[in-house]
Design a protein around this ligand. Structure first.
Ligand SMILES: Nc1ncnc2c1ncn2[C@@H]1O[C@H](COP(=O)(O)OP(=O)(O)OP(=O)(O)O)[C@@H](O)[C@H]1O
Ligand SMILES: [Mg+2]
Length: 231
């Protein structure tokens, strides 16, 4: 409701600025553009914030994570990671993950975008995507003796300068950013989506070696891990 109440007057402000744009002298046009650009920025911030308060269950299906990662890689290579080497080391016999495809695409876009921004234009910069099956990883459920298994591991590694150590304890909180134009919502969204899927995300960062690791439960009903296809 609040989002709606914010976006309504903004669209009025934007419309008025657009009308003014045709009437003002050239040097003032930069100001009407600024009004439009900044209102657009608030709308997109509100849109991103809306996702956090959305508690509706999402549609999930068994997915091949490699098709998700390959799609995100193609998007990255066509845009923000045009000049960055992205390689992969996949476990081809990994079972499917039970997830919402659009949300997983969003997760890995955010992680790969951060990695690309960390690597910047260093010539030796590289991003590596890895997947693995880790049957030993179990998570205790708070207040119970139950343990859930999170055997699917998807990682985004980069060789950028690493996450500043003072940031690490708050890394997944909203509005934590070191970037001039960053909203600091990327990783908060990653944590929210992965948490809603019953998984966890963690970061291990040193200079030249930063890893964001997503651990997820295996898809219910998906084929068990196929040991015979391992070398
Ligand atoms: N791979 C990485 N290497 C180094 N620092 C990172 C990496 N990923 C994230 N960070 C640090 O964590 C901060 C928060 O990241 P997050 O994605 O939440 O927000 P952002 O990238 O600053 O803004 P936005 O994602 O909204 O554009 C970043 O500003 C950066 O300082
Ligand atoms: Mg980001």
């Amino acid at each position: 409701m609040l989002a709606h109440e914010i976006k309504n007057p903004l669209s009025g402000i934007r419309g008025a600025a657009q009308l003014l744009e045709t009437a003002v002298v050239d040097e003032d046009r930069a100001l009407t553009r600024l009004i439009c650009d900044e209102t657009d920025r608030i709308v997109s911030l509100v849109d991103r914030m809306e996702v956090f308060s959305d508690e509706r269950p999402v549609d999930r299906v068994p997915l091949n994570i490699h098709s998700v990662l390959d799609h995100v890689k193609a998007v990255a290579k066509a845009g923000f990671a045009r000049n960055i080497k992205i390689s992969e080391n996949y476990d081809p016999s990994l079972p499917q993950v039970f997830a919402n495809r659009d949300q997983l695409v969003q997760v890995f876009l955010n992680l790969i975008k951060n990695a690309a921004e960390a690597v910047g234009d260093r010539p030796e910069g590289e991003i590596i995507l890895t997947t693995a099956y880790r049957p030993g990883i179990k998570l205790s459920v708070a207040g119970t003796r139950e343990k859930v298994s999170l055997p699917l591991e998807f990682c985004v590694h980069d060789n950028g300068p690493g996450v500043p150590s003072d940031l690490l304890p708050h890394l997944f909180d909203p509005f934590i950013t070191t970037k001039t134009n960053g909203s600091g919502l990327g990783l908060a969204l990653v944590a929210k989506i992965i948490g809603a899927h019953g998984g966890i995300v963690e970061c291990d960062s040193q200079s030249q070696r930063t890893t964001f690791r997503v651990l997820m439960p295996a898809s219910k009903g998906a084929n068990e891990y196929d040991d015979t296809s391992r070398p």
